[in-house]
Design a protein around this ligand. Structure first.
Ligand code: PLP
Length: 410
C-alpha cells in the first residue's frame, strides 16, 4: 500500500478552528436552548458592497454573450487588476510585474511553501496564524511536535513583555521568517522602526520575510506602515501576501495577491519572482475572472469608500468588545486587554487560567464562542482572542452577557 505523507502524520491535534467548531457543536447539542454568538473565527459577516456585487454579476452575465465571453486568463492575473493594485496600494514601491493575483492569502501561503521546499529553516511569531506552521509541517520543512512545538521551527514569542515584537537574535541565518502585521491574533501592528530592524536583520543574515498584510486596511494610525515595502531594503528580502477577504468581505468570494520584488534572489543568485511565476503558471491557473472583475470594482473610488466603511464597522465592534473587557468584573481578576484600533482582534490575558479553560467558561456562562490563544502557539497560553467580525446587534448582546460574567481570581 501507499505510505502516508509523513508531513500529515507529523501534524498534531486538529486545525484550531475545526476544534473550536466541534466544542461549539457539542455544547449546542447538550444545551439546545442556548443562543450562541460567535466572536471566534475571523470571518466577515456584513453584506458585500452593492457596487462590487453588481460588477461581478454584470461580468458573469457578459460571459453568456459572444463579446463578453473569455476562457483562461493570464495565470498571474488580469493585467488591469495587477496595475491597479500596484497603483492604489504600492505607489512606486512595487510595479505590476511584481503583483500576482490569487484566490486568497492562505492559498498563496501554501504555494509559497512549495517554493521553498522542505530544507528551509522556518521562524514564526508566537502566537501566529496557524497556516505558517501547519503548512511547513505538511511540506516537510518542520518535523515532529515535541510537546512545546514542531522540530525545525523557531518560535519567536510576542508578548506584552516585549511589546509584541520578537527578539530577532533567536533567528538563525538563512531562515524563512513569517511575519504578520497587523497581527492575527494579537492585533499588534509593527511600527516603521520595528520593521526596519526586521528588514535589516533579514538582509544581513540571508533571510526572506513572508509578510502577511491581510489586515492592512484596518490600520488607522497614519504613522504605521501598511506594506513592508514602505521600509527601505525590503525589496531584497521580502514577499508580501495580501487579500481582499477582510477589507472587502471577500472571504467567500476569494481574491488575494502576492508581491514578489524583482530584486529578490535565492542563494544561487536566481530570481524568486521567476520561480513564483512558475508556481503560479504550473500549480495555479488564475483567479476567477468574475471575482477579478469584483476586485477591480473594489479599487475604484466607490469601491475604496465601501471598503473603508466596512472596515470601520468592524473596528467599532472591536472598540465595543474592548470597553466591555475593560469592565470592573474583568479588572478584578486581573484581565489584561490588548486592542490597538488597527486590527480586528481583541487579545486578552486571563492570568492563572488556561486558554481552553477560559474558552469553555465563556461558552458555558455567556454562550459566546471565542478562540483560545494557545491554539496560535505556546506563547498564546492563558490568552483568548475575541474577533470583531459580527453583526452589531450580536456584538452588543455578547458584550452585555460578558459584562455580567463573574470569574474567580486565580
Ligand atoms: C484571514 C487571514 C488570511 C486568509 O486570507 P484569505 O485571503 O481569505 O485566504 C491570511 N492571513 C491572515 C493572518 C488571516 O487572518
Amino acid at each position: 500500500m501507499i505510505q502516508r505523507n509523513t508531513g500529515f502524520s507529523n501534524l498534531t491535534a486538529g486545525y484550531l478552528f475545526p476544534e473550536v467548531a466541534r466544542r461549539r457543536r457539542e455544547y449546542a447539542s447538550k444545551h439546545p436552548e442556548a443562543s450562541i454568538i460567535s466572536l471566534g473565527i475571523g470571518n466577515t459577516t456584513e453584506p458585500l458592497s452593492k457596487h462590487i456585487a453588481t460588477a461581478m454579476s454584470e461580468y458573469a452575465l457578459g460571459l453568456a454573450t459572444p463579446e463578453g465571453y473569455s476562457g483562461y486568463g493570464d495565470e498571474q492575473g488580469n493585467s488591469k487588476l495587477r496595475e491597479r493594485i500596484a497603483e492604489v496600494f504600492y505607489k512606486g514601491m512595487a510595479d505590476a510585474s511584481e503583483v500576482f493575483i490569487s484566490d486568497g492569502a492562505k492559498c498563496d501561503i501554501s504555494r509559497i511553501q512549495t517554493l521553498f521546499g522542505k530544507n528551509v529553516k522556518v521562524a514564526v511569531q508566537d502566537p501566529a496564524y496557524p497556516v505558517y506552521v501547519d503548512g511547513s509541517v505538511v511540506v516537510g520543512a518542520a518535523g515532529k511536535n515535541n510537546g512545546t512545538g514542531y522540530e525545525g521551527i523557531t518560535y519567536l514569542p510576542c508578548t506584552p513583555e516585549n511589546d509584541f515584537f520578537p527578539d530577532l537574535s533567536k533567528i538563525e541565518p538563512d531562515t524563512l521568517i513569517y511575519f504578520c502585521s497587523p497581527n492575527n491574533p494579537t492585533g499588534a501592528t509593527a511600527t516603521k522602526a520595528q520593521l526596519k530592524t526586521l528588514v535589516d536583520f533579514a538582509n544581513k543574515n540571508g533571510c526572506i520575510i513572508i509578510y502577511d498584510a491581510a489586515y492592512f486596511a484596518f490600520i488607522r494610525n497614519p504613522e504605521l506602515p501598511k506594506t513592508i515595502f514602505e521600509i527601505e531594503g525590503a525589496r531584497t528580502c521580502a514577499i508580501e501576501v495580501n487579500s481582499f477577504s477582510k477589507p472587502a468581505g471577500f472571504t467567500g468570494v476569494r481574491l488575494g495577491w502576492t508581491i514578489v520584488p524583482n530584486e529578490l534572489k535565492f542563494a544561487d543568485g536566481s530570481s524568486v519572482n521567476r520561480d513564483w511565476n512558475r508556481v503560479m503558471t504550473t500549480l495555479f491557473n488564475g483567479a476567477s475572472n468574475i471575482v477579478q472583475a469584483g476586485g477591480l470594482a473594489a479599487l475604484d473610488e466607490q469601491g475604496l469608500k465601501d471598503m473603508k466603511d466596512s472596515v470601520d464597522y468592524y473596528l467599532e465592534n472591536g472598540r465595543l468588545i474592548k470597553s466591555t473587557l475593560d469592565g470592573e468584573n474583568f479588572k478584578k481578576i486581573g484581565v489584561e486587554v490588548y486592542f490597538t484600533g488597527n486590527g480586528p482582534y481583541v487579545w486578552a490575558k486571563f492570568p492563572g487560567y488556561e486558554s481552553w479553560e477560559i474558552f469553555d467558561l465563556i461558552l458555558d456562562k455567556c454562550h459566546v464562542v471565542t478562540t483560545p490563544g494557545s491554539g496560535f502557539g505556546p506563547a498564546g497560553e492563558s490568552f483568548v482572542r475575541f474577533s470583531s467580525f459580527g453583526h452589531r446587534k450580536d456584538i452588543e448582546e455578547a458584550c452585555e452577557r460578558l459584562s455580567k460574567l463573574v470569574l474567580e481570581k486565580k
